[in-house]
Design a protein around this ligand. Sequence first.
Ligand code: ANZ
Ligand code: ZN
Length: 820
Amino acid sequence: MSDMTRADNAASIQSKWQKVWEELDVFAADGTGERERRYVLDMFAYPSGDLHMGHAEAFALGDAVARYWVQRGYDVLHPVGWDSFGLPAENAAIKRNLHPADWTYANIDTQAESFKRYGVAFDWSTRLHTSDPEYYRWTQWLFLRFRERGLAYRQASLVNWCPSDQTVLANEQIIDGACERCGTAVTKRDLTQWFFRITAYADRLLDDMEQLRDGWPDRVLTMQQNWIGRSQGAHIDFMIDGREAPVRVFTTRPDTVFGATFLVVAADSALAGELCAPERRAELDVYRERTAPLSDIDRLTAGRAKTGVDLGCYAIHPFTGERLPIWASDYVLANYGSGAVMAVPAHDQRDLDFALAFGLPVQTVVAGVDEDPAATGTAAPAEGQYVGSGFLNGLDRDTATKRVVAELERNGQGEAGVQYRLRDWLVSRQRFWGCPIPIVHCPDCGEVPVPDEELPVRLPDLRGGDLAPAGVSPLAAAEEWVNVPCPGCGGPAKRDTDTMDTFVDSSWYFLRYCSPNYTDGPFDAAAVRKWLPVAQYVGGVEHAILHLLYARFFTKVIQDLGLIDFSEPFLALLNQGQVLLNGSAMSKSKGNMVDLGSQIAEFGVDAVRLTMVFAGPPEDDIDWADVSPAGSARFLARALRLAEDVHSAPGTAAQAGDIALRRSTHQVIAQVTDLVEAHRFNVAVARIMELVNATRKRIDASGSEDPAVREAVEAVAVMLSLFAPYTAEEMWERLGHSPSVARAGWPEVDPRLTVEESVTCVIQFNGKVQHRLEVSTDIGEEELVSAARNAVAQLLGEQQIVRTVARPPRLVNFVLGSAK
Ligand code: ANZ
Ligand code: ZN
């Protein structure tokens, strides 16, 4: 077939089956029957333009899982929706003088059409969009429940600020000190912001990972663990010369306290300003300005030249009474621990670098060190005998740590403590296209929640230039919307003008999918009980930390609210790799995009889908330059031709068929079953290809009447339906079946045909050979006799077996007597 007719053909097959699937509602979840239920979830799409190659990969994988489970007879929920709030819509709206909704919903329609064309087995009745008022009403409702529990609070804080986008950025939205979106250098700002108290759940987020050990990739669990970053240690309070309040430091090594020779506080902390001697002020201000833009990652980079300012004040060592100088530097983070450290330069490399840069003393306190760290420039491992450590000398590390903490506690100078890297989640955004925060600020009543029955707080109708006012957020400039009577006292008050981080929207959508139109709450608890937790989640590794952490956090809070009875939302996780071109990620700015639409137009949906799963293990990246959708299309055409060449009638029993082909068929089914269960789709496809070849050979050798050929081709059609739904449906039709192949049922494996070692067993009546049967070499006597009886049941007719002689695996002799 020429390329042109192949493309036309694919397009017409596609539209033919889309109609049939829609009419038959093939992928509707049931939820009422006795069948075991399974929920397969794809990370939902953000509607920026049409679907791209990354979507094509992710959804090909998730769909294979969903379709496989349907074939296995599970009641499957495979929902579809859109994560439809977010900044790109707003920027597009400003540029084109539109409402962000116009751009968003137009893109959603485009993507919906593309999903249908792509043949994804969604239950379309689940469809939701997080920007619909019916959805964000419940995001607001959840926000208010969080707030009631003290889990949503407002606090002034130093935040990352993009001067160009005029918005707060999360740490992860900063790349090399610049805004990830526009590249502008990020600055810090002191703003009052909304936070979610995710740190209150740090321990549970860590501990509950036990439930995920079997179902999640190890590396994702490790990333989550590091992100939460639990450190065991102690808080030590250092008295300050000429200051009432002590300075608290966090240390993981309180046992090295005798090696502390100076203190360092975060230069950008309020504490640095408070401690700074007047004559040092100017120097500190200059230093602060210079280091403000640095991200935490910059600050923590090992080996950076150390910089800092002597604050001109002194701390008192809690045990020696020595005066320790206090410095400010950028390598101490303002928002970790207390933003201050006791520097132990002999045993901590960063502190040593700093001490050497400024000529501060270095005091070794753990022996076994031959060389002086101050001379070598390398901090010594703090393992061994304590020296110069007063009451700690002679103890082992464990005892020393306990001893020093006990001593600090006795003196009221510190205590044991745990620190987390995890910070509370800053959810405020000074942008328009997000979920409004349902709070009113009243001069008399303070923060007043909008009553539940008045939700949703809808976004006002702003478009174009209204969305980009100078210096304030768009909602703050919308005066008519902002000014409202206070729900508490009725006096004049103002709405909160922040919107929520879009990660809030995506932290609970999987709960809403089970009852997307529910109006009495965020979700129908009975429906959630039926389907959740999610049996398989599929999505990109770029969400390995934040989205998954936030969704896990929400699930735990919602459990604590008594609305659900499980604590982990996703029991299994599959992370697909990226689609690359010539070794690098596709991006608009680099101009190396492969357009999904034109790939589909050229090769057909099935060839693109098959290529995605055949390219390699799902976790690996796919380089589109190295794969062959044309090759996939050729293979699919070969499979389809097989179906045309089956000339036995539908329903023909395969038993009489060619045993070699039957054996191949059953072995491939058994292998593909295991491979699909293990998500090794690429190998599964390779096995199906082998079966297609074996079947073709058999047809060439002895024609297409053989019932073993039908059995093989039917198995190919059903197995291919996971990856190439249109071709499979065509095959099924040509095989004389009615649609849909998607619900044909997974082929049953005959275990006798899958054993590698088999022999021919001779079946005799009174010592005369009647029949031959392929059996496994290790077949037991009982099994052999019953297989033999079944095989000769017809021949036996009315005759009675009076005695059976079995010599497994090669012989069964039935001694017959005549019927009375
Ligand atoms: C003395 C010491 C001696 C330390 C030693 C380490 C080794 P993790 O494990 O990441 O929790 N630290 C404390 N607060 C900090 C901040 N705000 N910014 C940068 N560093 C900070 O690290 C805890 C250790 O990091 C603490 O223990 C402290 O240095 C430093 F041989 O105290 B340590
Ligand atoms: Zn009021």
